[in-house]
Ligand binder design. Sequence first.
Ligand SMILES: Cc1ncc(COP(=O)(O)O)c(C=O)c1O
Ligand SMILES: Nc1c(O)cccc1C(=O)C[C@H](N)C(=O)O
Length: 407
Amino acid sequence: MTPESRAAEFDAADPLAGYRERFTLPEGVIYLDGNSLGALPKDTPAALTRVVESEWGEGLIRSWNSAGWFDMASRIGAKIAPLIGAAPHEVIACDSTSVNLFKLIAAALQMRPGRKVVLSEPGNFPTDLYMIAGLEAQGLAERRLADRDKLAQALDGDVALLMLTHAHYKTGALHDMVKLTRAAHEAGALVLWDLSHSTGALPVDLNGIGADFAVGCGYKYLCGGPGAPAFAFVAERHQADLQQPLTGWFGHAAPFAFSDDYAGAPGIDRLQCGTPPVLGLAALEVGVDLIAAIGVDRLYGKSQALSEFFLESVMAHDVHLELVSPPRSTDRGSQLSFRHPEAYAICQALIARGVIGDFRAPDVLRLGFAPAYLSFADIAAAARHLAEVLAWCEWQRPEFHQRAAVT
Ligand SMILES: Cc1ncc(COP(=O)(O)O)c(C=O)c1O
Ligand SMILES: Nc1c(O)cccc1C(=O)C[C@H](N)C(=O)O
């Protein structure tokens, strides 16, 4: 049986197959980069048009109240909450992941006086490490990096915060959230999870594991669009004492009292800073609604099946690439990464064939399997394209070696 005929059987039995129609996917494109920028939900343009033409155009400033603009950040946060095992009042959609990291690292440091170390791992997503560096330059933090198998040992009495990305951006390798959260708490440290590559693709149970803080992107599996607002989670038990450093007026308990003195809002709203980006939030809400309607457990099941089927299909074509993702689907996020010295050119050759994956320096070809809109036929076709690119050394063509600014 060819991968294509197996794919036809899988697609026929796939309960999520119908959701593909809810997304705009260009003809001739197999999109394996939904882990970087999620596809466009078909309902998004109309939702944005409504917000622009009716709420902004007609409602003008009245729409802050009449169209619910004031509550959007917490309303969308509450919709993200069940995807990550949080209570509705523990999540807010705001700012970028980088900015939310800054706020929560600083808040955590303040909650652990006498401790300055923020522990993470080398090779974590750069912005996570850079945000620690920024606080280090202010004299507020001390960065400590330990390889993933040595993290538990590195948790000593100086560590204020353990900060890790659940699904690694490059390899997809998952951390054991339960074990590491427990180890950090036993050492008296707090824990901040970056869920950028998990949210909307695999289930996470923040309250079940007793996590303190979390952040994540809105533009990946949540399909909120380029530059979509991110989200932040603060466990209820920390909300009353949380002091975040970006004390803008939208995080004030009474912004329209216009007082000279800052007083943080009582709950998760304290994490807000300036005026929320209403258009970005409007697009994010459509993506979150759609992903929540499909259900994260079903998405996870399909994501595992897609990546397993991709591996099976490339093997059927006798392709042998070095897999840098964990071989078992239960140990990885919704992606597969392969190492090859010519990974960049291979990625470009695939893009020229309409298979959009991405390259992560220096030598990783990363293929994301966003389960909401990919079919098994896509996977079979992508595997065949990869096999042909390699067999025909298509990547050797000089045009595939010219590097673009954004990869
Ligand atoms: C793990 C992780 N954290 C953070 C980010 C980015 O954060 P921001 O939205 O601030 O660019 C990304 C991707 O860009 C990511 O993969
Ligand atoms: N946020 C991105 C951007 O503005 C341009 C290009 C890529 C991105 C990404 O999201 C990269 C992504 N976080 C990654 O895992 O590599």
